[in-house]
Structures are given as C-alpha cells and as structure tokens.
Design a protein around this ligand. Structure first.
Ligand SMILES: NC(=O)c1ccc[n+]([C@@H]2O[C@H](COP(=O)([O-])OP(=O)(O)OC[C@H]3O[C@@H](n4cnc5c(N)ncnc54)[C@H](OP(=O)(O)O)[C@@H]3O)[C@@H](O)[C@H]2O)c1
Length: 280
C-alpha cells in the first residue's frame, strides 16, 4: 500500500507521465525483489568456460523474438560472437538488414503476430527460445501493451513448446507481479505465470531493473530516467539499472550452464543478472 502512494501522487501531479515510461520505470524501481530461494548459483569463470565448450559441441539451435530491440540486438551479437548455436532464427514482424559472413547461420522469419498459428512452422525445431519482445503503453495504448507483452509472448511460447523447444528464456521486469495494481507489473507477472505453466523442460525468467542503452527510439520519460540512473550506476552499479549488454550476456551464460539441481524454473533478479552477465 505504502509503495503505491508515491506513484499515485506523481501520476496526479504529472498527468503527462501517468501512463508513460518514467512512471513505469519508477514502478520497476520501487518494486520488491523475489526471495533468495529462487535465485540461481553464479558459476566461476572456469566453470562457465567448460560449460560453454560443452554447449558448443551440442550443435543446438535457437530463435530470438525481439532481435530488433535494444536487448535483442545485444543478445544476437553475443550469441554470434560466442558461436553457440548451429542455427539462429530471428522471428519478428519485419526482416532485418543483416549482411555479411557473420550472419551465415542466421535465418529470418517475418510473421504476423495477430495470426501466429499461420507461422507455427517458424517455431519448430529450436532447442532454445529467447524472448525480448515488448512495447510500451505510451506507444501501443493499454490494450496494445497487454496484447504484445502478454498475449503475443504467451502465443509464441505455446508454439515453441509444441515445436519442441526445451528451454525458454523470457525477459520480464523487476517487480513483475500478477496481483500488482500497476498494469506494467501486473502484465509482466501474468506473462511469467502463463509461460511457466506451459511446462518447458527449463524456463529462465529475467527481471532486469531499468535498462541502460543508447536507445534508437526517443522516449522522453525514459531518456530522463536513463540519464539519472546512468549517474546512480556510477556510484552503485547494480542497484537500480542494468546495461542491455549485461542482460544479453547473462541470458547466454544462463543457457550454457546446466540448471542447478535440475530446477525447471529460474528467476534472475537484477543483482543476479549483473553477477552472471559480468562473467566473460
Ligand atoms: N525499458 C526498461 O527500462 C525495461 C526494464 C525492465 C524490463 N523491460 C522489458 O524488457 C523487454 C525488452 O525491452 P527492450 O527495451 O530491449 O525492447 P525494445 O527495444 O523496445 O524492443 C522491443 C522488441 O519488440 C518488438 N515489438 C514491439 N512491438 C511489437 C509488435 N506490435 N509486434 C511485434 N513485435 C513488436 C520490436 O520490434 P520492432 O523493431 O519491429 O518494433 C522489438 O524487436 C520488454 O519486454 C520490456 O518491457 C524494459
């Protein structure tokens, strides 16, 4: 209850931000983190190196949803840099302009997310699925935000599961909570629950705090908060934000490491993302 008061005050005095990215990011910031029990163990550099070499030998394949976005593009770069997969499929609403030898093992599937069943074939035959999809309420409206961040993601995950995907990696958000009174956090909590319910052999949920990146698209609220959190990060790097490159490396490191004690679901909060993504 106390946690919601600052947002209600802010929303009433700054209506321009009430549905915007700045308020959304304040929601993320002041949201509680999950209890430590669900956090994953952080490997040593040596353990990670061995696991990576083993993984590379497995010739696994993956798909990425949202590879055109800020986290997704870092993820694609990291995956290609580490040569982890024999084939990488980018599934998105448009094809990206990717040329050169670096992209030899990359294929693209342009799909209509409103008719995703028509593209079920695009989701077949991948060992790992990464999802960095998302929009904002400011951009898509409340219904559009729910449609993309929850329904598209759930539908894609269903098709991936049916298509044989064993490990699904979902980029959610700090504070995701299906009982939250804030749309953003509630939708993130709902999508986490729906994806978990599909019963992947392994499901890794990433809950980053405010993402730091040089965003191509101009989002005024986010721009202000990024400047602020960029300065805070100089003093306390892991507290309130995380660079998209760190999130991407943490996802990749998570995938190559076997799940601890065969855990089916892992939830990585912001501190764990920093710790895991900090290992090269
Ligand atoms: N911003 C933050 O501080 C923050 C903090 C914590 C968590 N998150 C979450 O992290 C995730 C990734 O964030 P990001 O900032 O890296 O993403 P982003 O740069 O906004 O990219 C989003 C991706 O989703 C795709 N997308 C958006 N609307 C779509 C639609 N209607 N149909 C199909 N595809 C659509 C975009 O494709 P196009 O390129 O075609 O538009 C893009 O590939 C999101 O779920 C976000 O909520 C964000």
């Amino acid at each position: 209850m106390l946690r919601t008061i600052p947002f209600q005050i802010l929303a009433s005095v700054t209506p321009a931000f009430s549905h915007g990215a700045l308020l959304g990011q304040l929601n993320i910031l002041f949201a509680p983190s999950l209890p430590p029990a669900s956090r994953m163990a952080i490997p040593t550099r040596e353990e990670l190196k061995t696991a990576r070499e083993n993984f590379q030998r497995g010739n696994a394949t993956c798909f990425i949803l949202g590879a055109s976005g800020e986290t997704g593009k870092e993820l694609l770069a990291e995956i290609l840099n580490q040569q982890l997969f024999s084939r990488v499929t980018l599934i998105g609403r448009r094809e990206l302009d990717l040329k050169g030898p670096l992209y030899t093992n990359v294929c693209q599937e342009a799909v209509d997310f409103e008719k995703l069943d028509d593209s079920a074939a695009a989701f077949r035959g991948h060992d790992v699925g990464f999802c960095c999809l998302g929009t904002t309420r400011a951009k898509a409206g409340a219904d559009g935000f729910v449609r993309v961040d929850r329904d598209y993601v759930e539908h894609a995950a269903k098709l991936a599961k049916a298509g044989g995907c064993r490990h699904f990696v979902l980029q959610s958000s700090k504070g995701a909570d299906s009982s939250s009174s804030f749309l953003y956090l509630r939708v993130k909590g709902e999508v986490e629950a729906r994806v978990q319910a599909l019963g992947f052999d392994r499901c890794s949920i990433f809950r980053p705090a405010v993402l730091l990146c040089d965003r191509r698209e101009f989002r005024p609220g986010e721009w202000i908060s990024r400047k602020f959190f960029g300065v805070v990060a100089l003093v306390s790097p892991t507290a309130m934000s995380v660079p998209t490159a760190t999130v991407a490396r943490a996802m990749v490191n998570n995938v190559v490491m076997p799940a601890k004690d065969g855990q089916k679901v892992e939830v990585l909060e912001n501190a764990a993302i920093h710790a895991l993504g900090g290992i090269k």
